[in-house]
Design a protein around this ligand. Structure first.
Ligand SMILES: NC(=O)c1ccc[n+]([C@@H]2O[C@H](COP(=O)([O-])OP(=O)(O)OC[C@H]3O[C@@H](n4cnc5c(N)ncnc54)[C@H](OP(=O)(O)O)[C@@H]3O)[C@@H](O)[C@H]2O)c1
Length: 319
């Protein structure tokens, strides 16, 4: 495993990490989480991603129970969680980053995770209705209370992130240190273009999500939607359209040909392509079964197979 600094912080995250969206509680219970997290940790993963909103808080409960069973030293791993959507529909309880909600959210997450602190606390989306100054102060206070070590953003615009950094600098507050955004062979514009100045000017970190575009880049949807895949789950209709997008499937089929030439799986090549980008701090993988964790962790070995020639072929396929 390779370890990379999370932006300009002193903390190092494993280049591959594991998240729990859709999978924990939705597809695997505590035993499955123990198995997946155990396999990842064994491969060198030290960062596990979660959010208050995943499975209505149940994903945090599953991860907390799994961590209890695994019994690792707290200093040997990092956990993140996120605030924004909330668990209730009251006027101040959803879709907000107001000060009260942020304090309420971190307390609830720590309870469900059964942890004293999280390592990374993220604002899951921007909140245009709350002054960014209020959010920055509240996140700073959460850190000062010892409930989080670092904080960051998820799917904020570059302008919103710069505004938050500048407010923090002006008041000598803890700055946001990393963005969590989607980045994969099919979704690149925001990461590569809009965020370029964040990486260059601020050394902002990036914990990237959906590196396989929810599984599409593993090649599993190239001949229809398999049973017991994310594409077959109830309530994810918005994702299903992507799994049947013929233009994307045609590209993935070509990627599978290239992967076969390299002696790797399609998923490993797609993950290794993300790892090649030096602005990526960690690639957050997802897995509904432990075999996927094992396969995906081997993407580390595929990075060196992505020679300039192979990268050019990939660029042509996804141009
Ligand atoms: N901040 C945010 O807004 C945000 C948004 C989304 C995700 N995230 C984080 O990022 C993490 C990763 O995102 P993601 O789950 O969308 O990642 P992904 O890698 O794009 O998709 C993971 C899914 O693809 C399938 N898969 C994984 N490896 C495979 C393999 N080798 N072969 C075949 N299928 C494979 C599995 O689904 P099936 O087996 O069920 O098909 C797995 O659950 C999440 O868990 C979450 O922590 C954050």
């Amino acid at each position: 495993m390779e370890y990379r600094h999370l932006g300009r912080t002193g903390i190092k995250v494993s280049a591959l990490s594991l998240g729990s969206w859709i999978t924990f509680h939705g597809q695997v219970g505590v035993d499955g989480a123990v198995e997946a997290m155990g396999a990842a940790y064994e491969a060198g993963v030290n960062f596990f991603d979660n959010a208050e909103s995943y499975a209505g808080g149940k994903s945090e409960e599953v991860m907390g129970a799994a961590l209890k069973k695994l019994g690792w030293r707290r200093s040997s791993y990092l956990v993140s969680t996120k605030v924004y959507w909330g668990l209730y529909s009251g006027v101040n309880e959803k879709n907000t980053l107001n000060r009260k909600r942020i304090f309420d959210a971190i307390n609830g997450s720590l309870k469900r995770l059964d942890l004293e602190f999280v390592d990374l606390f993220l604002c899951h989306r921007p909140d245009p209705e709350t002054p960014v100054e209020e959010t920055v102060w509240a996140m700073h206070n959460v850190i000062e209370q010892g409930k989080a070590i670092y904080w960051g953003t998820s799917e904020w615009s570059a302008g919103e992130i710069v505004a938050a950094i500048e407010i923090a600098e002006r008041h000598h507050l803890h700055k946001p240190v990393t963005e969590q955004t989607q980045y994969n062979l099919l979704v690149r514009q925001r990461f590569e273009e809009e965020y370029a100045r964040l990486f260059r000017d601020y050394g902002y970190g990036a914990t990237i999500f959906s590196p396989l575009a929810s599984g599409l880049l593993s090649g599993k949807y190239s001949n229809g939607i398999p049973a017991s895949s994310r594409g077959s789950l109830e309530g994810l209709d918005w994702l299903r359209d992507r799994f049947t997008d013929q233009a994307a499937i045609d590209k993935v089929k070509k990627l599978s040909g290239l992967a076969a030439d390299l002696g790797a799986t399609t998923a490993q090549v797609a993950l290794a392509w993300c790892l090649k980008n030096p602005n990526v701090s960690t690639v957050i993988t997802g897995a509904s079964r432990v075999g996927q964790v094992r396969e995906n962790m081997k993407a580390m070995d595929v990075v060196e197979k992505l020679t300039p020639g192979a990268m050019e072929r990939i660029a042509e396929i996804f141009s």
